[in-house]
Design a protein around this ligand. Sequence first.
Ligand SMILES: [Zn+2]
Length: 336
Amino acid sequence: MKPAFSIGVDLGGTNLRVAAMHVDGVFLETLSFPTRRAAGRDAVIGDLCEAVIAIRERHGTAGECVGVGIGTPGPLELPAGILRRPPNLPGWDGFEVRKAIEDRLGHAIHLDSDANLAALAELRLGAGKIHAVDSLCMLTLGTGVGNGIILDGHVWQGMSGMAGEAGHMTVVPDGAPCGCGSRGCLEQYASATAIHRMATEMASSSHPRSGDLAARMEGDPNFDSQDVAAWAEAGDLAAQAVFEEVGRCLGLVLNALVNTLNLPLYVIGGGSAAAWPLFEPSMMRELRERSYVFRATELAGGKKTHVVPAALGPGSGLQGAAILPFVEQSALHEVL
Ligand SMILES: [Zn+2]
């Protein structure tokens, strides 16, 4: 039998990425181009399907294509494949993305949300592989806070595909309003957007060192969450206090997740996870103090609850999309 490959697609709000992946987990080819949102949904889906067909033809001689896996921003209703008010694809609410793609390609696809697929990639190729586990929970700190839960090797989708929204667990009951309609969600205290807002609030607070941060922010209109991290790393106490709060809020949510799921591995990914040394101490202190299951697990026969930064980079959503057809055909377990 010819060696198999899959095709993965990461349909992002900014970029559309398509790749062919060999069964050993290595990309054979990756393509990336802007998502032409202004041209409309049909144009974007047309670009996507053209790229899938072209890349499949180019690699058809290398082996059998086991399927096409596609990741989209959530929330995504499954198995129907209908987008529900996706913040990163405004105007796509109610769009039947599975039907639109399958109609054009003329065959079934494998579909899931990008946060779930990033978690699947971490399981098979990243932190999950390093720790030799088959279940994990991942939080992705980006513009928002994504979440994916993998149980026994498979994405836990829930009844309607919308499981894994721990980014909208409440950490401050009357806190900052959130795009989901609630208030005080983790997303409002741990996303890149939140870090910038919290730094702005800190700069005008009564914190004894707020003046330095305020001056730094006023001097740079493009000051963003990465600058807050750099400023904290340079020793600014007010900026460090922002990341202590990020860690504390992550610890609150990890407490709930660890106590509920008792999984062996929790992974923190996304761009803001690079600030790991800044938020890890308060995160782990909060988790250890609050979580009975975390503490008790350490006493249970050498087992340990691991909380680690993601091993894969920003391409993990695309990797997960390409892995999905293999996982759903149970063809990958012995090779990855
Ligand atoms: Zn929310």
